[in-house]
Design a binder for this molecule. Structure first.
Ligand code: WTA
Length: 675
């Protein structure tokens, strides 16, 4: 047990809290300070110094703010929203919602009628309030060496130039722009430029293949794709422009054409002369953008106008275009950033996520810049040139001796359950047993943190995301959708909306309702399992649907399966997640070959290459398990439960196999496990 100081003096116990507490998180009296005989609770306390300086410094302060956020959401969120610039204030009601499919279509609106611009609030507002010369972005290139930086004023100029260019080529409010860039400063610049003119950005992670990129282009039909010629992640250059060329050709086959491919020349990876070029369509960023004025009028938009689309994996094949709108997302990312990281204006903040994922949207770009923070953007891989790189970067931007990490104040973790051993390593080794860890649970769909420690407010438990953020009401339900109270485990749902919630799946509101609101009517269903312990702490146990989480990358098993079966020798495939020491989950694929095709090492490799090509390297199966047949029910449904047990070698837990159409396949599969 790591206990680093006692944060708070003993105080009132829960039973003295006023009524309405039914909706209020249950926080055990132990944590409220009643008794600190907490050996069995495995609590890790923030230091008294940390708590004293923290924005929220005790469980009581949290409970008081939380209670207000639930009992008076309109008032609570209006106050927070008022910290931003609104050209015109929102109307009444502050929000309206229906999360119950039985009562009609699902709809969520926050600050409707309010007119604002998130780029203005990130940049102009900070420039005008005295932060013009504060560094907005430190950019660390792949190769160790000199870095680059932009102040808020400089960032604003760059964003305006690109915004003017986009306007000039005809991009208008509501138009989609696809961004396929690595972690260059130009990535947040491109996002902000779109936001400034009311265009809807759709960032595609630059590790996605041409086919995945094409699929997204076909879905959202952008006029413009923004990319760069190449990038180096580690020692090897990746020719992004070639991937984009292929994707645009592929999209054309579905009748979707892209007018302009704006290409940033990333000289450190590849010179422009060796880049393939399509005259008339391709434009070098450096040839046009710097010629535009450094000021650009803001397009004022409604709070409920779309800000971005971000495609994410679901349990069926096609990726889903998660749509976020301007106002609620702005307010929610800003405030979650501030509290979950206990942000102080003197902090330098580094989030290692890529802007191709939601974490990079909310907590590299928007959340921190809305707070006027200084953000580190790193181009490369965390282990290049060696595994000390991260700590090198940490120390560099705080200018202390090599790898001291003394500057660290708060650590963060996201994307998958962090196991207690990893948590302790992170805490003891990286943070010198000094820095609280914000283990933030949330999703692309939720826009921002949902269940997260507030680092100075309460003790942590290694591996638990702890308690809900303000305004968020997590509930745990059983199979029938009935809420379970107290110590329990079940399906994690959310009651009522919060400002950062996604509003729809682009072009498919029906799928939105079916996936998220029909499984447990009356609630938003997260797709995750969760348990709550006797102290009220939440423990995320992973996806309960067919989504797997590989090094924090979310992948639908169906996507991998459809890539595999596109291979001419593959007749059928079933993919499950298995525990993986390094990646959290690994991809385990059962593959049935076309009649007469023999197993071979070469075929195994070519199946893996197919997945890499169709989705991206991060989705490559760790294991191909040859399967003469798959365990299916009589109605033809693959019994994944059994496959998961075989994959994780829990053979004595196979359970009932008698309902299988052919129980013999299980034995065959077990025999073939090591082939
Ligand atoms: C998982 C990433 C445990 C979860 C922000 C969720 C987590 C999925 C945590 C969303 C966490 C995210 N502890 N599991 N702190 N954070 N997850 O959309 O399964 O890429 O449903 O968003 O990641 O992944 P997504």
């Amino acid at each position: 047990r790591q206990e680093i100081g006692m944060a708070n003096p003993p105080v009132e116990s829960m039973k003295e809290l006023p009524s309405g507490a039914g909706k209020i998180p249950h926080i055990n009296a132990v944590i409220l300070g009643d008794s600190l005989a907490s050996e069995e609770h495995d609590l890790v306390f923030p230091s008294a110094d940390f708590s004293r300086e923290a924005l929220v410094s005790s469980p009581e302060q949290y409970l008081q703010m939380y209670r207000r956020s639930i009992e008076d959401p309109a008032g609570f969120w209006s106050e927070i929203a008022s910290q931003f610039y609104w050209k015109q204030k929102w109307g009444q009601p502050v929000f309206s919602q229906n999360l119950d499919v039985r009562k009609g279509p699902i709809h969520i609106e926050w600050f409707k009628g309010g007119v604002t611009n998130i780029c203005y609030n990130c940049l102009d507002r900070n420039v005008e309030s005295g932060n013009a010369d504060k560094v907005a972005i430190y950019w660390e290139p792949n190769e160790p060496g000199p870095h680059d930086s932009l102040t808020y004023a400089q960032l604003l100029h760059r964003v305006c130039q690109l915004a003017n260019y986009l306007k000039d080529i005809g991009v208008k409010k509501g138009d989609a722009v696809v961004i396929y860039l690595p972690m260059l400063m130009e990535l947040p610049i491109a996002m902000l430029a779109c936001a400034r003119i009311g265009a809807v950005h759709s960032v595609v992670f630059a590790g996605f293949s041409a086919e995945s990129l094409a699929q997204r282009i076909v879905d959202c039909k952008p006029k413009v794709v923004i990319t760069c010629n190449a990038v180096k992640r580690g020692p090897k250059p990746i020719h992004l422009k070639d991937i984009v060329d292929t994707a645009i050709d592929e999209s054309a086959k579905s009748g979707v054409s892209v007018d302009v491919c704006l290409t940033y020349e990333n000289q450190s990876a590849l010179k422009r002369e060796s880049t393939k070029w399509r005259e008339g369509r391709d434009v070098w960023w450096q040839d046009v953008v710097p010629n535009y004025p450094t000021t650009c009028e803001v397009e004022w938009v409604d709070a409920e106008d779309p800000l971005f689309l971000l495609y994410t994996s679901g349990s069926t094949g096609k990726p889903k275009g998660v749509l976020h709108t301007v106002g609620g997302y702005m307010v929610y990312t800003a405030i979650t950033f501030k509290y979950a990281f206990d942000y102080k204006p003197s902090d330098i903040y580094w989030c290692t996520a890529d802007c191709g994922w939601i974490t990079g949207h909310s907590y590299v770009t928007y959340g921190p810049l809305l707070n006027g923070a200084t953000v580190v953007v790193y181009e490369g891989a965390p282990n290049y040139p060696d595994s000390g790189r991260c700590w090198d970067i940490v120390d560099k931007f705080k200018y202390v001796t090599r790898y001291s990490r003394k500057s660290l104040r708060v650590l963060g973790s996201v994307g998958e359950p962090i196991n207690p051993t990893a948590w302790r390593w992170f805490f003891n080794v990286v943070g010198d047993s000094r820095c609280p860890i914000s283990d933030t649970w949330w999703q692309t769909e939720t826009g921002g943190f949902m269940i997260t420690p507030l680092p100075g407010a309460w003790p942590q438990k290694p591996g638990s995301a702890t308690f809900p953020f303000f305004g968020v009401q997590p509930v745990i339900v059983d199979e029938k959708g009935v809420e379970i109270e107290g110590e329990c485990s079940g399906y994690l749902c959310v009651k009522d909306s919060w400002p950062g919630a996604f509003r729809t799946l682009y072009g498919d509101h029906e799928r939105y309702e079916t996936t998220y609101f029909k499984p447990f009517p009356g609630y938003y269903f997260s797709g995750d399992g969760c348990s709550r312990d006797k102290d009220g702490y939440h423990w995320l146990t992973g996806r309960v649907d067919d989504v797997i989480n590989v090094s924090g990358h979310r992948i639908g098993t169906a996507e991998v399966e459809s890539a595999l079966v596109s291979h001419p020798n593959c007749a059928e495939a079933a993919v499950v997640g298995v525990e993986h020491e390094v990646k959290g989950q690994g991809i385990y694929a059962f593959v049935t070959l076309v009649e007469g095709v023999p197993y071979s090492e070469e075929l195994r490799k070519s199946l893996i290459v197919t997945v890499r090509q169709q989705i991206g390297a991060f989705a490559a199966p760790d294991k191909i398990h040859w399967a003469p047949g798959l365990p299916k029910t009589r109605s033809g449904k693959i019994m994944r439960r059994i496959l998961r047990k075989i994959a994780s070698k829990q053979l004595d837990e196979l359970g009932d196999t008698s309902t299988l159409a052919d129980p013999g396949v299980v034995k065959q599969l077990i025999e073939l496990a090591d082939r």
